[in-house]
Design a protein around this ligand. Structure first.
Ligand code: GLU
Length: 604
């Protein structure tokens, strides 16, 4: 969360920083600001979006070095004064910060006692004062010294007008990437902000600090041991970061799903042995044989994808498996078992809670692999092994293609595990065929968009909705409810269909529509009975199904093509994205930037 950008080089920093912020806006968008060092420090900050900041920057603001920030507030309301960059009292040092300084109250009190007047309510501001008050010889040492006094997480960039032409960046827990250009250097929270300017990047490690000038960079550890970092090339075409003719990124990313799934599957389906080839997992068949449990960890949609994955592992490999929010796992002192395969799932590869779970697991000797979209990300590097999604950049806050490809990647893992155990070559072949058909099936679902949009618009007046499913339909119901609430703000709750009669059925009435997931599997009669029970209480029902339902059973039916039973959670989740999207759009919501949220949750 929150985007930071820095620039030093021959151009005017302002347009480069604004362009970078615009690209990072999905990470936070409650306020934004920019600081440029010319003759003196020029700072412009405002509550609101990057567009508001662009309009607020006075003509003539400019200089060869600058830093910028788009915020997702953790400490202090979103306002002009709490927006970053923050400066010290002498207006010499400016900082931008992504993360949380957990001991900021103590540091603020101490600074106040020393006579410093604090200008904001944020945790971040203390860093500007601590750097300015350091007597270290270099900016890097001053930042090092200041950061040694803070507890918590950070990706920071620091600028000092008294030391022109250089920026210092450092990270712990929040991502920082250096962009290496021709006689210019950039710094950002992720490569999205850099691709317009350079393809050569360096991902800073945790507890690494960098000094950058127009001529280059130098990196070292927090305890001042120098590190050698060579740039790597970004392997994603720049066009993938562009909106093109699409109305918003969520729409673009939904439409990209057939290609994304195709890329995720490419070269990984083993037709000869009816299995999957997942070289990146780094486990031998003997290792696979030793696995007694699979535990999947993720947050939000990645957790629900993990739940889909757990069911696939149990169904195809008959290994006990379950999913848990990484945010809970990390804090409950988990019992780490050497015979369990742990799977950390994250689109950005920077989700702080998931990263912390990985670190806790590694510390306790657990074997953890990553299922991650962003190559070079912290979780991918920390795990060392795993499955990359190859879904391409996902910018919209609501997960779409990342959810689908996570489920596909986990289906391949389940298949691979199954094939070294009891899954027959014949059944394996059915799964391989089913996976291979997914891009086409998803394209067919997307082609029915207008029909789904029409249904969605009919329910735009609802204040509350239920999403229910059984077994395979249950994680899909959870993901569908989450998608609807996050982008439309309609209150949506997910339940196991079997649980309705144990309580929530009391809420069913003509104003409470229920989305029922109805896979064409052995539980079809049970789901039909659920629909009847809801209808008997006057509740409208939207059935999402790949089965032939009796005419008139549900109020509305969204029909998708039949997939392999085990893969139906993947196909059934796609219409729910379109449903949420069109319902939200008809309410006039900004689907890419839902209120209070941001993508890439790098704070707790
Ligand atoms: N904790 C800082 C603040 O509330 C930074 C939050 C962020 O990462 O955007 O200003």
């Amino acid at each position: 969360m929150c985007g930071i950008v820095g620039y030093v080089g021959p151009r005017d920093a302002v347009p480069v920083l604004l362009e970078g912020l615009h690209r990072l806006e999905y990470r936070g968008y409650d306020s934004a600001g920019i600081a440029v060092a010319g003759e003196e420090l020029q700072v412009v900050k405002t509550a609101g979006r990057v567009g508001d900041l662009r309009r607020a920057v006075p003509e003539g603001t400019g200089g060869p070095v600058g830093i910028a920030h788009t915020r997702w507030a953790t400490h202090g309301e979103p306002s002009d004064r709490n927006a970053h960059p923050h400066v010290d009292s002498g207006r010499r040092v400016a900082i931008v910060h992504n993360g949380v300084f957990e001991n900021s109250d103590r540091l603020r009190n101490r600074l106040r006692a020393e006579g410093v007047e604090l200008a904001s309510d944020t945790d971040s501001e203390v860093l500007a004062h601590l750097v300015a008050r350091s007597s270290a010889d270099t900016l890097e040492d001053a930042v090092r010294e200041a950061l040694s006094r803070v507890e918590g997480t950070y990706g920071v960039i620091v600028m000092d007008v008294a030391r022109p032409g250089e920026l210092v960046a450092a990270r712990r827990g929040s991502p920082v990437v250096l962009g290496v250009g021709e006689q210019e250097m950039l710094i950002a929270s992720d490569v999205t902000a850099l691709v317009r300017f350079t393809q050569q990047v360096i991902y800073l490690d945790d507890d690494e600090i960098a000094t950058v000038t127009a001529d280059g960079y130098r990196t070292s550890t927090m305890d001042a041991r120098s590190t050698t970092r060579t740039p790597t090339a970004i392997d994603v075409p720049t066009a993938e970061y562009e909106l093109g003719e699409h109305p918003d990124f969520m729409y673009k990313e939904m439409r990209e799903q057939p290609d994304a799934v195709d890329r995720c599957l490419r070269g990984r389906l083993d037709h000869r042995f009816s299995s999957a080839r997942l070289d990146g997992v780094g486990l031998t068949p003997q290792d696979y044989q030793r696995i007694r449990r699979v535990k999947l960890l993720g947050c939000g949609s990645a957790y629900y994808a993990g739940q889909v994955g757990a069911q696939l592992v149990e169904e195809l490999a008959r290994i006990p498996a379950d999913a848990e929010p990484a945010s809970e796992f990390r804090y409950r002192n988990p019992v780490v078992d050497p015979d369990t395969l742990y799977v950390a799932i994250s689109q950005s590869g920077e989700t702080l809670d998931t990263l912390a779970a990985v670190q806790e697991l590694k510390r306790k000797g657990g074997h953890v692999i990553g299922v991650v979209n962003a190559v070079g990300s912290t979780i991918a590097r920390e795990c060392g092994h795993g499955i990359f999604l190859h879904a391409g950049p996902e910018v919209s806050v609501a997960a779409t293609k990342s959810f689908t490809t996570m489920a596909v990647a986990l289906a391949m893992l389940a298949l691979d595990l199954g094939r070294v155990r009891d899954l027959s070559i014949t059944e394996g072949r059915r799964v391989v065929t089913g996976l291979g058909e997914l891009p086409h099936t998803i394209a067919q679902i997307l082609a029915a968009e207008n029909d789904i949009a029409e249904v969605a618009r009919r329910y735009a007046g609802a204040e509350h909705m239920f999403f229910v499913g059984r077994v395979r339909g249950w994680p899909v119901a959870r993901e569908g409810a989450q998608k609807l609430k996050e982008i439309s703000y309609v209150h949506a709750e997910a339940y196991q269909a079997s649980e309705l009669k144990h309580g929530p059925l009391a809420l069913i009435n003509p104003d409470m529509p229920t989305v029922v997931l109805v896979p064409d599997d052995e539980l079809l009669p049970k789901n039909v009975a659920t629909i009847e029970e809801i209808k008997a209480r006057g509740g409208p029902v939207i059935a999402i199904t790949d089965a032939d339902l009796p005419p008139g059973l549900a109020t509305d039916v969204i029909r998708v093509p039949r997939a392999h039973d085990a893969l139906s959670p993947i196909t059934l989740s796609v219409p729910l994205q379109l449903f949420a999207y069109h319902l939200a759009r008809s309410l006039g919501r900004d689907v890419d930037r839902p209120r209070n949220l941001a993508k890439s949750v790098t704070v707790e």
